[in-house]
Design a protein around this ligand. Structure first.
Ligand SMILES: NC(=O)c1ccc[n+]([C@@H]2O[C@H](COP(=O)([O-])OP(=O)(O)OC[C@H]3O[C@@H](n4cnc5c(N)ncnc54)[C@H](O)[C@@H]3O)[C@@H](O)[C@H]2O)c1
Length: 251
């Protein structure tokens, strides 16, 4: 994997899956812009990348804000001279709630970040890439983008929509050498996941045919593959990273 001379933006890179991808991309030579609302976390990740000999810069970005996203892409281009790769990863979940009791504010916040925010990022990235020789984009969907998840109506709608946006953009931008793919992680052992009681984690792990949760590095490895030239003929697809979770009948 070689991303020398490539510039990458990773949203939600202050923690979890985004952090792992930012570190992998930097390890393989990319200059990485860490976009997040969590300044402390993002600065820690940028410092750790620099400490390992990589190059990264932090840009505070709320992806739900159109102007923040426009500034993010302008920042990447002015700081590192271009934009070739993007991992649109930031999103939030919500407490499982019956649909008829789901309040509008929660629906708007969850879709506003995970769907509208992903759209804002894709639009700004593609607008740059289309005039500069193409690029590669990976969106973070979820197993919840491919099947139902009880009570998670806003999150499931968001992630299904991310799969749809990915598919459509893959189609429309193939002639411009812009590849757009998504990953659909199953339960992944992020710091937040690891903070739950072990008994609960074991219960979730038993729902996965492989009998364990995935790691953030396992997701980052697939994201970097999809962003790389090794996936040069892959676009519009959503790749499950879930130990056969979606393929199983259990939930
Ligand atoms: N962890 C899992 O099991 C799992 C499974 C499937 C999909 N996902 C998806 O993976 C992605 C990353 O999740 P994670 O588990 O690493 O979570 P995380 O909470 O560890 O990281 C999410 C990051 O996004 C940032 N963020 C939140 N709102 C933002 C906004 N408006 N603008 C910019 N940044 C924002 C947070 O500050 C945080 O740093 C999400 O899209 C999530 O839906 C996670």
């Amino acid at each position: 994997m070689n991303f020398d001379s490539k510039v990458a933006v990773v949203t939600g890179a202050a923690s979890g899956i985004g952090e792992a991808t930012a570190k992998r991309l930097a390890q393989y030579g990319a200059k990485v812009v860490i976009a997040d609302i969590d300044e402390d976390g993002a600065k820690r990740v940028a410092a750790e990348i620099a400490h390992s000999g990589g190059e990264a810069a932090f840009r505070r970005t709320d992806i739900a804000r159109e102007d923040d996203v426009t500034s993010l892409i302008a920042f990447a281009v002015s700081t590192y001279g271009g934009l070739h790769l993007a991992h649109n990863n930031a999103a939030i979940g919500h407490t499982p709630t019956p649909l008829h009791e789901l309040d509008t504010a929660t629906f708007d916040t969850v879709t506003g970040i995970g769907l509208r925010g992903t759209f804002f990022c894709m639009r700004a990235e593609i607008a740059h890439m289309i005039g500069h020789g193409g690029g590669a984009i990976v969106n973070t969907a979820s197993g919840a983008g491919l099947k139902a998840a009880a009570g998670l109506h806003a999150y499931v709608a968001t992630k299904h929509a991310v799969v749809g946006l990915t598919r459509n953009a893959g189609l429309d931008y193939a002639p411009y050498d812009i590849r757009v793919n998504a990953v659909a992680p199953g339960p992944i052992k992020t710091p937040q996941m690891a903070s739950y009681p072990q008994e609960l984690q074991d219960q979730w792990a038993r729902l996965i045919p492989m009998g364990r949760m995935g790691t953030t590095e396992e997701v980052a490895d697939v994201v970097t593959f999809l962003l790389s030239d090794a996936a040069g003929f892959v676009t519009g697809t959503t790749l499950e990273i879930d130990g056969a979770y979606v393929q199983s009948s259990t939930q």
